[in-house]
Design a protein. Structure first.
Length: 417
């Protein structure tokens, strides 16, 4: 055997080293070329983590899911020209009215330019009571009243004294009075009165008067007093009247919110002949005027339903409202011959263009949506005749059903103003 063959034989010890070295190298190469050997477990963990996060995201999204519904209510536009009747403070009438009475007194001082002899009669306000019967009593203008001071005063206006009320309390009405003669001796603190013309009859003790609470009888005067020109007086009286109207209207706004007062349902009782004149030491005079506003109030909901019953075919009594109903034109019948203080029934006309808007019971609507599929939405809407159209949006957007909690559903009703 050649010696070269012997040299090719590797000693066992060295052979083992070579094999080990080759094994390590092979493992390194395997690690580089076979990803399933070392990377397999790491990839699985990342995949599981991703799925878990995705699951949590969807779970949280569904847990806090919300739905918002935008509703357009049913609206019907109509034009009305209706003759209606209403009963005062009636619990049985389908259209009652309430009478609001507000009063105001204002003064204006004018500087005089000269003096002259003046004779003025004292004036005041008296409340006349009726405990005679349930029937009303007419008192003509200039009815004489006998004051508890022994002097005679007269009424400035014709009045109707109401009869005894159902609860037994006396009927009553206010009236402006003036002294029979000029002079300061007719000025007085509050007085009691009898109706002079009833003397000797049963009515004499059953009809009586008293000065309105907090008022006096004053303005009586004879002597030299400051005077103003007719132009000054006319201008001052006009200012008084306009200011008085404005203050009365402002007061009339203080009524319950569920009632409405039409512009022409506010009736003013302001008379320039009732102006009281006081003469001052600085050669000025003070004009004082009183006024009363009688306001006819209607319950907005009852009036709306009355209009709907007259104008809408097959109206089912659903909850409705009329935006800006107070803008309708109100015309009171027989206005000049009507005493609002005592009348129990009125006739009137309402005209104008209006919108009748159906209201939605939001709580009931939400209940009908709870847990329902998005595909059932239109079918649910069909059950509500007071809805014209509606749109729904979900959060998250891929949600295909309504939440099962009321607080997760928001309803926005687009009511017209």
């Amino acid at each position: 055997m050649s010696k070269y063959l012997l040299e090719d034989i590797v000693p066992r010890k060295n052979l083992i080293k070579i094999v080990k070295s080759k094994g390590v190298q092979d493992k390194k190469e395997t690690k580089k070329t076979d990803p399933n050997v070392k990377n397999g477990p790491h990839s699985t963990l990342w995949f599981v983590a991703f799925v878990s996060i995705l699951f949590c995201f969807f779970a949280v999204s569904f847990l806090f899911a919300k739905a918002e519904v935008s509703v357009n209510p049913k609206i019907q536009e109509i034009t009305i020209n209706e003759d209606l009747s209403a009963d005062k403070d009636s619990n049985t009438s389908d259209l009652p009215f309430r009478l609001m009475v507000v009063s105001e007194e204002i003064s204006k001082t004018i500087q005089a330019t000269e003096e002259k002899d003046v004779e003025e009669k004292a004036t005041g306000t008296v409340v006349i009571f009726n405990i005679f019967s349930t029937a009303s009593q007419i008192l003509t203008i200039d009815t004489r009243l006998e004051g508890s001071n022994g002097k005679i005063y007269k009424t400035k206006n014709k009045i109707i004294v109401p009869g005894i009320k159902k609860d037994g309390s006396p009927g009553s009405v206010e009236v402006n009075i003036y002294a029979e003669k000029p002079g300061a001796e007719y000025n007085s603190t509050p007085l009691d009165f009898k109706i002079f013309g009833f003397k000797g009859t049963p009515k004499y003790t059953k009809f009586y008067g008293r000065s309105k609470a907090g008022t006096e009888i004053k303005g009586g005067f004879i002597g030299k007093a400051p005077v103003v020109s007719e132009t000054q007086k006319t201008s001052a009286l006009l200012d008084l009247k306009n200011t008085l109207k404005a203050k009365l209207l402002q007061k009339s706004l203080d009524h319950p919110k569920e009632f409405i007062l039409f512009k022409d349902a506010a009736i003013f009782d302001i008379n320039d002949t009732n102006v009281m004149v006081n003469y001052n030491q600085d050669k000025s005079l003070t004009l004082t005027n009183k006024g009363t506003l009688y306001g006819i109030l209607f319950n907005a909901q009852k009036l709306t339903k009355k209009i709907a019953e007259n104008k809408i075919d097959k109206y089912d009594g659903s909850e409705i409202y009329i935006p800006n109903i107070q803008n309708l034109i109100f015309v009171l019948s027989n206005k000049d011959n009507l005493s609002l203080a005592v009348t129990q029934k009125i006739d009137f006309n309402l005209s104008g263009s209006i919108k009748i808007v159906w209201k939605l019971d939001v709580d009931k609507f939400i209940t009908s949506l709870l847990g329902k599929s998005k595909g059932d939405f239109n079918q649910i809407l069909a059950q509500y005749v007071n809805i014209d159209s509606a749109n729904v949006s979900f959060n998250p957007f891929w949600k295909m059903s309504f939440p099962d909690q009321t607080k997760r559903i928001k309803i926005v009703v687009n009511y017209p103003q």
